[in-house]
Design a protein around this ligand. Structure first.
Ligand SMILES: *Cc1c(COP(=O)(O)O)cnc(C)c1O
Length: 359
């Protein structure tokens, strides 16, 4: 059998049909495509951090339960004391772990769309069925359609990104609460952008026994670390934790995150600056003719180009040295849409100047 034939015989058709998650090369470009925090640490803090790392024993396996780090995260993230937390190599891994724990033939994952693509991708990896329920034109939840889909598909898990990516809005708190109540399965509130939104369901943990809250340090300045946090009742996490590979959080990550949590004020100040610059960037975008920008409670702004096609604007920006995210190809509600991450004031100005030249 040729290797092509073997690939066809062995790799599942739904995997062969996927496109690999594409990350464009940003070398030499102003990078405003991936919701990263543009700020690094002051030199003195970096030195302190390197000193901490120099004392980590790499010959030993990491603490498989990351006890110290979990305890500190529980306090830093205001996870209610009677709740448990588990850690993932990014929240992406926690999405995968949650779905692995519930996947069985015919099990359904449900989310409003457009949303974070990983919910659907992981569902497909695991042979689960993904049901996407379109948001309304203003990106609010279509509650009638959501409830109908819940009744029809009986999803094992509903994912709600709060705020939503790529639209940047927060769903109505009452709508979210109603969905948590109506869904018979798990409801995972993905609060990746919590630092920029100031709204959370963390304090609702335990009041609804099917609610889990997902957080990440990625959007807050530690994207390189890969650390996600899942918080929820122990009854759920004890089972879900069995699916996690024992040493998924390396010693350097545990030590670095523990260190970062001793400098929370620094991360919070950076988030405050980003929120302030987001408003300036939004005002500037809204003043440009031919652009419609949506208000955002995250660290990015979704906008639609009018006069010129989004693809043209995206390529022109890249040629001028600014990389953002082109969502035009996704189609549907995102036709003509681009997404820019809030950078430093200088980066935002460079982006706006390039955008004006592109229009
Ligand atoms: C970026 C993002 C994540 C992934 O974060 P990592 O912790 O870096 O894996 C999860 N959910 C949403 C909604 C995101 O936008």
């Amino acid at each position: 059998m040729s290797s092509e034939k073997k690939v066809e015989a062995l790799i599942r058709p739904e995997i062969r049909a996927l496109k690999a998650y594409h990350v464009p090369d940003a070398t030499g470009l102003i990078k405003l495509d991936a919701m990263e925090n543009p700020y690094s640490w002051p030199e003195a803090v970096r030195r302190e951090w390197l000193d901490v790392l120099s004392r980590v024993g790499l010959n030993r396996y990491p603490d498989p339960e990351a006890r110290v780090l979990r305890r500190r995260l529980q306090a830093a993230l205001a996870v209610p004391a009677e709740m448990d937390v588990m850690l993932g190599n990014g929240s992406d891994e926690l999405i995968q772990i949650v779905l692995m724990a519930v996947s069985k033939p015919g099990a359904v994952v449900l989310a409003p769309t457009p949303t974070f693509v990983m919910y659907q991708m992981v569902a497909v990896f695991l042979g689960m069925k993904f049901v996407g329920v379109p948001l309304q034109q203003d990106f609010s939840l279509d509650m009638a359609a959501m409830i109908k889909a819940v009744e029809q598909h009986n999803p094992a898990v509903i994912f709600l990104a709060y705020p939503n990516n790529p639209t940047g809005n927060l769903f109505s708190r009452a709508d979210v609460a109603q969905l948590i109540e109506k869904t018979p399965g798990l409801a995972v509130l993905d609060e990746a952008y919590h630092a920029f939104a100031g709204q959370s369901f963390m304090d609702q943990l335990g009041k609804r026994d099917n609610l889990l809250v997902l957080r990440t340090l990625s959007k807050q300045g530690l994207a390189g670390l890969r650390l996600g946090v899942l918080a929820g009742p122990a009854a759920w996490l004890e089972e879900i934790n069995k699916v996690r590979l024992p040493y998924n959080i390396g010693s350097l990550t545990q030590a670095s995150a523990e260190f970062a949590l001793t400098h929370l004020a620094l991360l919070e100040e950076q988030a405050r600056q980003i929120r302030q610059d987001r408003e300036q960037l939004f005002q500037a975008l809204s003043r440009l003719s031919g652009i419609h920008a949506w208000p955002s409670l995250a660290n990015f702004i979704l906008f639609r180009t009018g006069k010129r096609e989004a693809d043209h604007v995206f390529e022109s920006l890249r040629a001028q040295g600014v990389l953002i995210k082109n969502l035009n190809g996704v189609g549907g509600m995102l036709k003509g849409c681009l997404r820019v991450t809030v950078g430093t004031p200088e980066e935002n100005s460079a982006f706006l100047k390039a955008l004006e030249a592109a229009l």
